[in-house]
Structures are given as C-alpha cells and as structure tokens.
Design a protein around this ligand. Structure first.
Ligand SMILES: *Cc1c(COP(=O)(O)O)cnc(C)c1O
Length: 381
C-alpha cells in the first residue's frame, strides 16, 4: 500500500458486526464477561478499547512500527515514556524543543528523577562526545524542531546512539509520518502530539508513541495501562478521521508554506526565515535526504523585533493568533510569549529563540489568500 491508501485502510477495516466503514465510538468503560475472567479481549477501557485499538493499529502502519500506544496528549505520551527510565538516568535532548517538553524534563531534574542534558544535535561531534561521557537512557530529538525548524540527521544520530546501546526517540509532530518516518531511518521510538497534523482540525488533544520493536511496544502498553494517561474513544475516533486525509492535507500545507516562506524571505522587513524547503536553510540538503516534503511550519524573525511581531500578528486576517499547529486553519504565534514561555528568558536567548520570533502554522486555505494576507500585514510594518 502506498501512503494515502495506508492512511485509509492500514490497520483498519469495516466493523465486523455491522459493516460500518468507520470504527464505532465504543463509549464504554467496561465489558460484560461470559464468566469471571472470560472476555472477548477487552475487560476495562484504561487497559484497552476497540476504538483506541483501531487508532493504534493505524498509527503503527503509518510510521512503519511494530505497534503504537495512544495517550490523552503528547505530554501524556512523553511522561509515560519517561517512566520507563530508572531514577537518575541521563537523558540527552536536543536544544530546540517544545516548551512543555523542556518543562517536564526540568521537573524530572528538580525532583531528582532524571538528569537531562541539552545539546545541539546538529553537531554530530557533540553528540558523540556526550554519548562517550557516560551511560544514557535515551536520546531525544525534535526534527524539524519547534519553533526554529532546525533539523537533526536521524540516521547519523541513531547510528551513534546505537553504538552505545542508547535508543533514539524522535518527536515527529512537525513533519507527520507523511513527510518523515524516523523508524525507517533507525530511530527506536516516534512520539506524536496527535493534536497537531494527525488530528488536523484543531478539535482534539492527543498523543502517541510508536515503537520499532514488539518488546518496547509491550512495555509501553503495560505503562499506558499502569499510568493511565489514555485518550477517550471519541478523541481516538477524531484522530482516526483526521488520519484519513493526512496526505491531501500535508500536500496543501506544504505548498502554501513554501509560498509564504519565499514571500517572507524576499521582504525588506524580514531579518530571517526558517523553513527547511528554502534553499537558504542551512540544512536544506539534509531535509531533501530524510524528508519527503518540508511541512507546513514557518518561523520568521522580523527586523522590528517584538513590537513588529505584535503589529504583524494584529494585521493578519486569516491567521488566528493562537497556540497549537497543524490544523486546517492558519495560526500565528509568538513562542517567547506563548508556546515557549515556560523556558526561562536567558535560556531561550542562549538557544537562539528570539523574543520577536513569529511562528506560523500555515493552513490549507487558498494559497493566494494567504499570500495576500501576509503581504498586506508586512506592508503595515
Ligand atoms: C504540541 C507539541 C507537543 C505536546 O503535545 P500536546 O498534545 O499539546 O500535549 C509535543 N511536541 C511538539 C513538537 C508539539 O508541537
């Protein structure tokens, strides 16, 4: 099956009872047993639910994993993953990360649970050195990263980590499995905020882990049930519905984002644009190698800094000012004030995240309308 077919049929199929082409929302907490302990495979919905099972099969197919485990949010997925690690474990994480990811890693540090270390994963020498300094429990990267759209060479980092017996976890939220499949490049686990492109309609919060080997899947399923950060069946249904159109949506997101990035790059009020699809992106060649397209996220630094950013966002018509990303509608935000404010200002600055950076989640409205909107908003600066 090619990708668009897999998105509709992979791990899915009509309901065996009625032939319904969409999985029913099994809105139930428990299941009648024929005798004590005799079930039809389901006994309690924290442990398993048929709507959730269908979503998990579909996600595993899309990422090319041996299994997937769904959660009530991306952070629920990450927190459960961190519970697999013994106390005091070193975690090597990329430097540009979603604010909430940084926040929970730092919480784990202050609670004496884990020892996170951040490094620029674009620098393979630094990765090799960090791995050589002592044992680590996992390597954790976002690529493309949030919000700076930096890339990490998944194949190379996976190889370095494997030499030390350390699993690589890739947050694949920005690319979605349509544009990037980290397990095929050597990663062991993929993390998703299904809230974003997989759900795709800004109407559900969810998360998932997809693993390359059955043992890890089994372990994560065990913890999913033990820790209990599970999604409800209705939310699973919504993510599945989003998945059916992932390919068509991603193509539209990427086509519009490319146009917006090119428009921004040529504008006198713009200091810099971050988009892997621009030939000026320092890792454009890597993007061509490990991605099948460049996604719908664009970040831009305006010459006028934060005041200009505020003015620009206020002037946009079709881009709502809002957190989150990956929905059909366009969104604009200032990470320093919104999604990444949980990172201390000096730490943000050290990581190259400027106060005036604007992050755009380019939607699938008509590209001409979006281009005109951005051009006019830039004209007010
Ligand atoms: C949103 C996001 C998360 C967190 O997911 P939630 O569903 O909001 O909990 C993690 N990583 C990235 C890259 C994100 O954009």
């Amino acid at each position: 099956m090619r990708f668009d077919t897999r998105a509709i049929h992979g791990g899915q199929g009509p309901d065996p009872l009625t032939g319904a082409v969409n999985v029913p929302v099994y809105q139930t907490s428990t299941y009648a047993q024929t005798a004590p302990g005799e079930t039809k495979g389901y006994d309690y919905s924290r442990t398993a639910n048929p709507t959730r099972s269908m979503l998990e099969r579909a996600l595993a197919e899309l990422e090319g994993g041996k299994g997937a485990v769904a959660f009530g949010s991306g952070m629920g997925a990450l927190t459960t993953l961190l519970w697999t690690l013994p106390a005091g474990t070193r975690v090597l994480a990329g430097e540009d990360l979603y604010g909430g990811t940084y926040r929970i890693l730092e919480h784990a540090r202050t609670q004496g649970m884990l020892r996170p270390e951040y490094l620029d994963m674009r620098d393979l020498g630094a990765v090799r050195q960090a791995l050589g300094r002592g044992p680590a429990g996992l390597v954790y990267v976002e690529t493309p990263s949030n919000p700076l759209l930096d890339l990490v060479d998944i194949r190379a980092v996976a190889e370095l980590a494997r030499e030390r017996g350390v699993p690589l976890v890739v947050d694949n939220t920005f690319a979605s499995p349509y544009f990037q499949r980290p397990l095929e490049l050597g990663a062991q686990i993929v993390l998703h905020s299904t809230t974003k492109y997989l759900g795709g309609h800004s109407d559900v919060v969810g998360g998932a882990l997809v693993a390359a080997d059955p043992k890890t899947v089994e372990r994560l399923h065990w913890l999913q049930n033990a820790a209990g950060a599970v999604p409800g069946p209705w939310d699973c249904f919504l993510v599945l519905r989003g998945i059916h159109t992932l390919g068509v949506r991603m193509r539209a997101h990427a086509a519009n984002a490319q146009r917006i990035a090119e428009l921004l790059e040529g504008h006198p009020q713009v200091a810099s644009v971050h988009y892997p699809g621009l030939s000026s992106h320092p890792q454009h060649a890597l993007a061509r190698r490990q991605m099948h397209g460049f996604g719908g996220m664009v970040s831009v630094e305006l010459r006028g800094g934060l005041p200009a950013a505020r003015k620009f966002l206020g002037a946009l018509q079709y881009f709502y000012i809002g957190e989150s990303l990956g929905g059909v509608e366009s969104l604009a935000e200032v990470p320093a004030l919104m999604t990444h404010q949980s990172i201390p200002p000096e730490e943000r600055r050290r990581r190259g995240l400027g106060d005036g950076l604007v992050r755009l989640s380019v939607g699938i409205e008509d590209g001409d309308d979006l281009v005109e909107d951005v051009r006019e908003a830039l004209g007010t600066l």
